[in-house]
Design a protein around this ligand. Structure first.
Ligand SMILES: *Cc1c(COP(=O)(O)O)cnc(C)c1O
Length: 224
């Protein structure tokens, strides 16, 4: 637990002022997450609605909740109650479901569009060339606000391989921003994890999602 505190403080010290640190908390215990929050974490990322709920029931909205996993449509109803930002929207169907459930609870959900910049390396996200149409389609939904893009990059073992992915995502980010689409705001660019966050920041990220460097290696070996 002492390590978590040290890691958080070190990271917060090192990151540029404009970069938001989201602690990626999948598989971590309530106690570990609380330690990170006490050390200064203000935003937490969860991949699973059920896992988030257990922690949410204990700490509530004293942090910002980012959904960073693959959101199944049948989980949206629960997700919209917990999360402030859903970073991984990649289809109009998912956006419509979020919009519908948010309407019921009078909430406007901030979402990011997930770009599949690693292409075949990765299944989730939309290819960059399809992002503009998706964003335009989503822009008419009243209970959704698109506020940025998120991408994972590549998992080749070499962090530098993600640089091109991040560059491509930044390019589409700037492109969409310049279109000035009504109800669309390109404010946040979420790129970079433990191995790649420095590269993400160099390529324009203002959100990084970090798990391992805060909490240590995960016991279950799974990437997302
Ligand atoms: C797990 C995860 C992270 C953090 O990964 P680490 O390598 O442990 O820092 C970031 N983003 C997403 C979407 C994740 O699933």
């Amino acid at each position: 637990m002492r390590d978590i505190e040290i890691n958080v403080k070190k990271l917060l010290n090192e990151l540029p002022q404009n970069v938001l640190l989201v602690a990626a908390c999948k598989t971590r215990t309530l106690e570990e997450v609380l330690t990170a929050i006490n050390a200064g974490i203000k935003s937490i990322g969860e991949n699973y609605v059920q896992e988030a709920k257990t922690i949410y029931d204990n700490i509530g909205s004293k942090v910002k909740w980012h959904f960073i996993g693959h959101l199944q449509k049948n989980k949206v109803k629960h997700a919209v109650k917990i999360f402030d930002i859903i970073e991984t929207v990649d289809s109009v169907e998912l956006a419509k479901e979020i919009d519908k459930e948010c309407k019921k609870i009078s909430k406007t959900m901030t979402i990011f569009i997930e770009i599949n910049s690693g292409r075949e390396e990765q299944k989730s996200g939309i290819h960059a060339e399809n992002a503009e149409k998706l964003i335009k389609d989503i822009s008419i939904l009243e209970n959704i606000k698109v506020s940025g893009l998120m991408t994972m990059g590549m998992f080749t073992g070499n962090p530098e391989d993600s640089r091109l992915c991040f560059k491509e995502t930044k390019k589409i980010f700037d492109h969409i921003k310049n279109l000035n689409i009504k109800n669309i705001e390109m404010k946040y660019l979420s790129m970079g994890m433990t191995d790649t966050f420095k590269i993400g920041i160099e390529e324009g990220a203002n959100i990084v999602r970090i798990g391992t460097l805060i909490f240590g290696e995960r016991k279950n070996i799974y990437k997302t």
